[in-house]
Design a protein around this ligand. Structure first.
Ligand code: CTP
Length: 209
């Protein structure tokens, strides 16, 4: 099985020293890559900037922005059997990146942002037969309803719903608890555990569905 897994945040440059990003640590995506490798898979991990050491014996692709992540994912997607987008991809980027450091001026500053590509949505449009597409839904309210909406809208096989409003799990934490929902209507609860355990359970479920 050939896995393509994305992890971590993206950074969208404002100027040479400033960027827009989020609190994703990359731990869930790296744990998924480790679990996929341990399950006998061939793994490509496309990662935004994190503090983590990549797992051994996999193909590791370092990226920074959503556009770079989109390009790397597009490169490996056609040859992948299972694609898991665990990255917290920025939805917006500055319209203009300043070449030099922006200097402050009196008054407020308006920063104009434009949409980035929805990588997973585009993968869903191009999905080849037998390719499994898995997304994460990071939600702070109506977790399950919003996750099911993303599952349908992005043409996924599984969505992994993550309540990111809780401090004991998800973003930045070493622990997670998720609800996996499949396009066939299967629902699988993965109880609060360390991310390595959660990752093993997710990979096992995806491989055996
Ligand atoms: N995703 C992506 N490209 C983006 C944004 C998100 O591929 N530009 C992927 C994420 O990796 C995740 C899934 O889409 O697997 C859902 O991401 P999430 O941020 O929860 O949802 P969005 O689709 O961005 O919707 P919203 O932010 O409005 O909740």
């Amino acid at each position: 099985m050939r896995f393509l897994i994305s992890a971590g945040p993206t950074r969208e440059k404002i100027d040479p020293i400033r960027f827009i990003s989020n609190h994703s640590s990359g731990k869930m995506g790296y744990a998924l890559a480790t679990a996929a490798k341990a399950a006998g898979g061939e793994v490509v991990l496309v990662s935004g900037p994190t503090q983590l050491t990549p797992p051994e014996n996999i193909t590791f692709v370092q990226v920074e922005s959503a556009a770079e992540m989109a390009k790397a994912v597009r490169k490996y997607a056609p040859e992948s059997d299972i694609i898991i987008m665990a990255a917290a991809v920025a939805d917006y980027r500055p319209v203009k990146t300043f070449a030099g450091k922006m200097k402050k001026t009196p008054g407020n500053l308006m920063l104009e942002l434009e949409r980035t590509e929805d990588i997973l949505m585009n993968l869903g449009l191009d999905k080849r037969p037998n390719q499994k597409l898995v997304g994460f839904a990071a939600e702070t309210s109506n977790v399950i309803e919003n996750a099911i909406e993303k599952l349908k809208k992005k043409n996924l096989d599984w969505i992994i719903a993550n309540d990111v409003s809780r401090h004991d799990r998800g973003f930045g934490s070493d622990h997670n608890a998720v609800t996996m929902i499949s396009a066939n209507g299967d629902i699988c609860e993965v109880a609060l555990s360390d991310k390595k355990t959660v990752a093993r359970r997710i990979i096992r479920k995806i491989l055996h569905d």
